[in-house]
Write a protein that binds this ligand. Structure first.
Ligand code: P6P
Length: 323
């Protein structure tokens, strides 16, 4: 005889443990159409990539040759870390033979990577920064991966994927993975921002927060003040303001994903103003600012782009602007 009393739900309700990323995407879409299934499957592959990268990061210090530089310089002019290459290859591997994604565009690759067996079928393109903040890898500080999913427009006959330079609002989905004390995956398909935590005992990302909204007010300002003397006067004035007034606190990790995640949850502002070396600012539009701006808008925040050649500050919650 089964008791009518509700069973004593163990610490984790069964339903919660079953709200995996792929199920959540289908719930968000309220559909089991082929397109919905494809998007769910793509997110699942991204989750697999995140698990593989998280596993590598957790062991990197013990694996010969996992850390350090390759001696190469990437298309961004940055010295390449071995972890950058590994993570980039992980994303390529998880999408092969998937029938889902025809093209991969990575911050680490000069040109788009085509997966021919997927191309007639999959009309999606994955844009990604495989390891964001790789300067933190060798010192075991947080790093991230950033991703964006776009629909291919046109036939891409020249193989340069020029159609990727579409308006950021055309992104179908965007998100990031934060490799920290826990591995957290945050994503949006345009229906709110949701976070998942990797449960190593299950090997699954389990839903942790739904419909995240950036706090109306937040104390954090996040920027590399080492560049202060290279900034526009307006940015210097802002910095002097927060130095001289109560209620602000500086937090900057050198890895955008971690700084962004803090602001998403606690409120505040991230800025990467233009410098002498990088008057356009350093953050990459397709692989960093567009996906994160998509998320921030979904979370009720905003993105301010300064004068075209000066700075591209980041999502601003209701941080008071200096008079
Ligand atoms: P800086 C990492 O290379 C990155 O693109 C972001 O993750 C990070 O916010 C920024 O660069 C750090 O740049 O010049 O302060 O070291």
């Amino acid at each position: 005889m089964v008791s009518q009393e509700p069973s004593i739900v163990p610490e984790h309700s069964l339903d919660r443990d079953c709200t995996t990323l792929s199920r959540h995407v289908l719930q968000q879409l309220q559909s089991f159409s082929p397109d919905a299934q494809d998007l769910s499957a793509i997110m699942n592959r991204i989750a697999l990539a995140a698990k593989l990268i998280a596993r590598r990061l957790s062991r990197a210090g013990l694996v010969a040759g996992a850390l350090g530089f390759t001696g190469e310089v990437n298309v961004q002019g940055e010295s390449v870390k071995k972890m950058d290459v590994y993570a980039n290859d992980v994303f390529i591997s998880v999408f092969k033979q998937s029938g889902l994604v025809c093209r991969l565009a990575s911050e680490e690759m000069d040109d788009p990577y085509y997966i021919p067996e997927n191309c007639p079928i999959g009309r999606y393109t994955l844009l990604y920064d495989p390891i964001d903040g790789s300067s933190n890898v060798d010192i075991n500080l947080n790093v991230g991966s950033i991703f964006s999913i776009r629909q291919q427009e046109g036939e891409d006959l020249d193989g340069k994927a020029q159609d990727l330079l579409q308006d950021g609002h055309k992104q179908i989905a965007a998100g990031y993975v934060l490799y920290g004390p826990a591995t957290v995956l945050v994503y949006s398909i345009g229906r709110g921002v949701h976070s998942f935590i990797l449960d190593p005992s299950l090997g699954e990302f389990i839903l942790s927060q739904e419909n995240i909204r950036i706090p109306e007010r937040g104390p954090v300002y996040s920027t590399n003040e080492g560049n202060f003397w290279q900034w526009d006067e307006a940015i210097r004035d802002y910095t002097r303001y927060v130095h001289r007034h109560e209620g602000y606190t500086a937090r900057y990790s050198g890895a955008l994903v971690g700084d962004f995640h803090r602001i998403l949850l606690q409120g505040g502002v991230f800025l990467y103003p233009g410098t002498m070396k990088k008057p356009e600012g350093k953050l990459r539009l397709l692989y960093e600012t567009a996906p994160l701006a998509f998320l921030m808008e979904q979370a009720g925040g905003g993105l301010v782009r300064g004068r075209k050649t000066s700075w591209t500050p980041f999502p601003i919650a209701s941080m008071p602007v200096p008079p």
